[in-house]
Ligand binder design. Sequence first.
Ligand code: GLN
Length: 384
Amino acid sequence: MNFPNLVSSKLPNSGTTIFTVMSKLASDNNAINLSQGFPDFNCNKDLISLVNKNMEAGNNQYAPMSGIIGLREMIAQKTEELYGAKYNPDTEITITAGGTQAIFTAISAMVKESDEVIIFEPCYDCYQPAIELNGGKTIYLQLKAPDYRINWDDVKKVINHRTKMIIINTPHNPTGSIMTKEDLQMLQKITSNTDIVIISDEVYEHIIFDGNQHQSVARFPKLAERSFIISSFGKTFHTTGWKIGYCVAPKNLMAEFRKVHQFLVFSANTPIQFALAEFLKVKSHYLELSSFYQNKRDYFINNIKGSKFDFIPASGTYFQLLNYKSISKEKDTNYASRLTKEFGIASIPISVFYHESVDNHVLRFCFAKKNETLDKAAEILCKI
Ligand code: GLN
């Protein structure tokens, strides 16, 4: 059949995301899936009961556009207790259908034609397409392997009057690195006296290791006044499929955010919001997450110490990078695919997080898995 040519793609360089590609390859090959980031164990049963209770109670219709007030109040309380920042639940907090929607919304609300947005590669893959769809220009800076820190001199060099936004992410996906207090202070200094807006992707805020403190932009008042902070309950409560997250930002920024949010999703899932509001009252539910995942990280890396892979232990997130330089010189996308098909273990190749596909022979493995899954994975990796 002949079709008229109706499409002039708005995202000519985007294919299907690597997470979908690798999860499918894992399932097609019956491989252990350490690619897409999600736990293979269940969430807390009390949380499920709370959702069920709220469904039974009839909380099944649209939530208010910005989210149910009880949940927004709990987020305000948590943000103040952890980071010392006061956000008004009425005007400065919005519940979203996950972190990705919140990021897309914040970018759409702020970025106009020809505005420049600085991002740091390797970079989570949803930022650039959102910038492009809004007519913005992406300015790419690189985090250098193996420790993946921001070089602030590079940032100073590219900032100009067209710079509208800088997007940061700590703890960092895909590398597992974290930003320090000094990093945030530098960002605060560099952006003072500019009209640059910041998106701070903090979806892994509760997964940080070795006694480090999460450096939320909320801790830095002069940064917070120009920032959208994005977080996600999927990561924190082992419920990535529920797609619930939130954004906090000062009133003037949040007003613009909501203008877009209301037409993108209007509101997020109601019974889950009620359930989360109650579940958040027990602080250990999120305060104990770092030690839970630090144990998983340590379990995984101790079991692969004898392998030929090189690594620096992740400082946060539930991802561990492994370098395979001493095993193969193959391109990482090929190698990841071969590991899945021939050895039965799926990971994410890091080059896909660079616009020019920089290949340092590094793969990302998700350790949010049962110990028995990690055992099987380690056994395979040690044989390679
Ligand atoms: N955040 C998840 C990861 O990094 C992926 C989410 C998705 O598949 N879009 O693996």
